[in-house]
Design a protein around this ligand. Structure first.
Ligand code: KG4
Ligand code: ZN
Length: 336
């Protein structure tokens, strides 16, 4: 089944053509980073407007790179939520229109399920059931995954997402946006044990996350230095902050894997690009007898290939959407 997928949940407009949830014929991502960088975060109204401008060119490019025209597409998958509703509605509107005109099935897909589905495009030897961490700018959520269409939530952040904390800490040090990649790079050159930032674990046994404490701790530390930082201090803060986030994520995820008796952990989402997270997670997983799997970075950040995979599995199970489908902003609020 040849699926055209569309993703517009946040600040990337993406389209992909994927066959049978496995063979990626094309995957096009138009990033809006330059548009939002001067604001230090995504401005929803600007994001929706940019999606409107670029969505048809992005789809046209995806079809052309796949060597296909619209008539050869057999089904459509589109991100339904969670995300920015105005942005989601742009993708949903286009998906509905194409499906209506071509009279082909189409399906709305959960964005977190799509992130997890990125692992199905890799040759990695994961086994069901596995524990999945979706860690990005908008989400930090832990799942038990039984099959491509069955996953249950084990825990989630109670405040900031981990990527959001990276972005805010980079912003408060005047480093630019998005902050994750910048902190990752600076952190490689700094002493990660220089400053002891908190690893918030919440109640004993909790699988939820909280990152507002570490963000505030960095803010207070920077203020205690008078606000003016030397390049050496920036590298130390970046490395120490990153280590606190990495330790928190690894502890919780391995705790979940032990409790759930899973032998495999899958880490996806933009923060899964982080080099220190990849290195330390793999080491600690090995010591704990758990295999840790990461898709390549291009499949970790927002893209439409992962949406096509998630959509393909839903369609294969006979699940499709009708024209009344609407967007939802939050996980667990699918009816909003
Ligand atoms: O998955 P994604 O592209 O979009 C969302 O769904 O949020 O993730 C973007 C987030 C941003 O917060 C960005 O700072 C973070 O992923 N990120 C990283 C790295 N690359 C991107 N965080 C830490 N280290 C990185 N190398
Ligand atoms: Zn995402």
């Amino acid at each position: 089944m040849k699926v055209l997928a569309i993703e517009s949940s946040c600040d990337e407009t993406a389209a992909a053509v994927v066959v049978d949830g496995q063979e990626v014929l094309s995957s096009v991502v138009a990033s809006q980073v330059a548009l939002h960088s001067k604001y230090g975060g995504v401005v929803p109204e600007l994001a929706s407007r940019r999606h409107v401008e670029v969505i048809l060119p992005v789809i046209t490019e995806a079809l052309s790179r796949a060597g296909n025209d619209l008539q050869s597409i057999e089904a459509i998958a589109v991100t339904q939520g969670p995300g920015l509703v105005g942005s989601l509605l742009v993708g949903i509107g286009v998906a509905k229109s194409i499906a209506y005109v071509l009279k082909i099935p189409w399906v709305g897909v959960n964005h977190l399920q799509s992130h997890v589905s990125a692992i199905f495009l890799t040759p990695s030897l994961w086994r069901f059931p596995f524990t999945a961490l979706v860690v990005s700018g908008g989400h930090t959520s832990l799942f038990r995954v039984e099959s491509p269409t069955r996953m249950s939530l084990l825990g989630r952040t109670l405040d900031d997402a981990a990527g959001e904390a990276f972005d805010k800490v980079a912003k408060l040090m005047g480093l630019g946006y998005p902050g994750g990649e910048i902190i990752d790079r600076l952190g490689r050159e700094g002493d990660r044990n220089a400053i002891s930032f908190p690893r918030t674990m919440l109640e004993r046994d909790s699988l939820d996350f909280s990152f507002s404490g570490v963000k505030t701790a960095v803010l207070n530390y920077v203020k205690s230095l008078g606000g003016k930082l030397s390049p050496g201090q920036i590298r130390e803060i970046a490395a120490s902050f990153q280590e606190a986030i990495v330790d928190t994520l690894i502890t919780k995820v391995l705790r979940a894997a032990h409790r759930d008796s899973t032998q495999d952990v899958v880490v996806v989402g933009g923060v899964a690009c982080n080099s220190r997270l990849r290195e330390k997670f793999s080491q600690e997983g090995e010591s704990a007898g758990i295999m840790v799997h990461f898709p390549p970075p291009a499949l970790c950040t927002d893209n439409a290939a992962m949406v096509a995979v998630a959509g393909f599995h839903l369609l294969k199970e006979g699940l499709s959407s009708d024209l009344s489908l609407n967007a939802y902003s939050r996980f667990g609020k699918e009816r909003n």
